[in-house]
Design a protein around this ligand. Structure first.
Ligand code: PLP
Length: 388
């Protein structure tokens, strides 16, 4: 007999589209992949070398479940250098990618009777993990006219006695929206009257911000014992396949998070941890180069999409996604995604895969070459011309 919660698990459409794009490509179709959210760059060489060296040097065993001490120290130092405050190393947990932090947070703070506020459109695993935990998901809208930033007043107005967790994500997937510091200030101030609420700040794109400085919720002292940070190496250092990320937990939750990790995955594979140390301690120009490319491509795809009648697109503030408005085309988001892939060979993700507020939008990843972006947008133009 199946645990009934299993039926509450959702999925990430991007992986389904990736698989379908792979099948179509294997059949000889020319597919342009603007679907999955991963850098198209290779992991920088010095990081790969550190992973190889670790393997050759015999780093083949388990590591401490919370991660190698040297890596946790490197994370603390990196945060200190970038944000000025140094987290307690004991609260830093190394996990296989950013995702386990989400799931762990939902397992610890979800459950029946609890409500969790989550961005819509937002990373689909938020909703899936909330549902699986048995908690009620309360979406708050990230709307186009606000530049897809969240509205602190709206978020605060949805908090009740049952709210255990609020999830925030900036720069955001799928919109590329960046929430301005003033709005975060308002949010943090407003939270003071809700001491029972914990915040999960998904900052996985914090190095991929196109203008100005990123803001981490870690810089707000009043959140100290009620903040969970999710971050990692996947997007910043093009390391999605290495499966490594980290969380920073409030002291009261960290032992539970470790227990879940021990039950679930024991530890992250050792070579990835050594590679992650090299990433944080090595030359950071690789990050700047990737950021420059994503910024340029974000501007390019936005400019090209805005030339198509019936399509409009705001310039992303960070991450590597364009969230194009297709409301004035004849297609729903899902139909757009399907037709574009099956008939025109471009993988993109329907906005509705990220929540109901995503209807009328399609997410196109800018993690592909300028030339691929240009060809993809001309195929979108053709699809719309053909159906006019
Ligand atoms: N959070 C957001 C907003 C993401 O977009 C992603 C990946 O797409 C993750 C977390 C998970 O990252 P990882 O691949 O490191 O598990």
């Amino acid at each position: 007999m199946l645990n009934p919660s299993a039926n509450k698990l959702g999925t990430e459409t991007a992986f389904g589209v990736l698989a379908r794009a792979g099948v179509l490509a294997a059949q000889g179709n020319d597919i342009i992949n603007l679907g999955i959210g991963q850098p198209d760059f290779r992991t920088p060489e010095h990081i790969v070398e550190a992973g190889i060296r670790a393997l050759l040097d015999g780093a083949h065993g388990y590591t401490p479940s919370m991660g190698l001490p040297a890596l946790r120290e490197a994370v603390a130092t990196d945060i200190h250098q970038r944000y000025g405050n140094e987290p307690d190393v004991n609260n830093i947990q190394i996990v296989p990618g950013g995702k386990p932090i989400l799931f762990t947070a939902m397992m610890l703070l979800g459950g029946p009777e609890h409500e969790i506020l989550t961005p819509d459109p937002g990373f689909p695993i938020y909703q899936s993990a909330i549902n699986y935990s048995g908690a009620r998901s309360i979406p708050y809208g990230l709307i186009e006219k606000n530049g897809f930033a969240f509205d602190a007043e709206e978020v605060l107005s949805k908090i009740t006695d049952r709210t255990s967790l609020v999830i925030v994500n900036s720069p955001a997937n799928p919109t590329g929206g960046v929430t301005p510091r003033a709005e975060l200030d308002k949010f943090v101030k407003g939270l003071e009257i809700f001491p029972h609420v914990t915040v999960l700040s998904d900052e996985i794109y914090d190095r991929l911000i196109f203008e100005g400085e990123p803001t981490s919720l870690m810089t707000y002292p009043s959140l100290q014992d009620k903040l969970i940070i999710l971050n990692g190496w996947s997007k910043t250092y093009a390391m999605t396949g290495w499966r490594i990320g980290y969380g920073i937990w409030p002291k009261r939750l960290v032992d539970y998070a470790d227990r879940l990790a021990v039950n679930f995955h024991s530890c992250v594979n050792a070579p990835s941890q050594h590679a992650a140390i090299a990433a944080l301690q090595g030359d950071q120009s690789c990050v700047d180069e990737m950021l420059t490319a994503f910024r340029r491509r974000g501007a390019l795809i936005t400019k090209l999409l805005n030339q198509i009648e019936g399509v409009s697109c705001q310039q992303p503030g960070g991450a590597f996604y364009a969230f194009a408005n297709i409301i004035d085309t004849p297609f729903s988001s899902h139909a757009f995604q399907e037709k574009l892939l099956e008939e025109y060979g471009v993988a993109g993700i329907a906005g509705t895969s990220f929540g109901s507020f995503g209807e009328g939008f399609i997410r196109l990843s800018c993690a592909n070459s300028d030339e691929a972006i240009e060809r993809a947008v001309s195929r979108i133009q053709k699809m719309l011309d053909d159906s006019a």
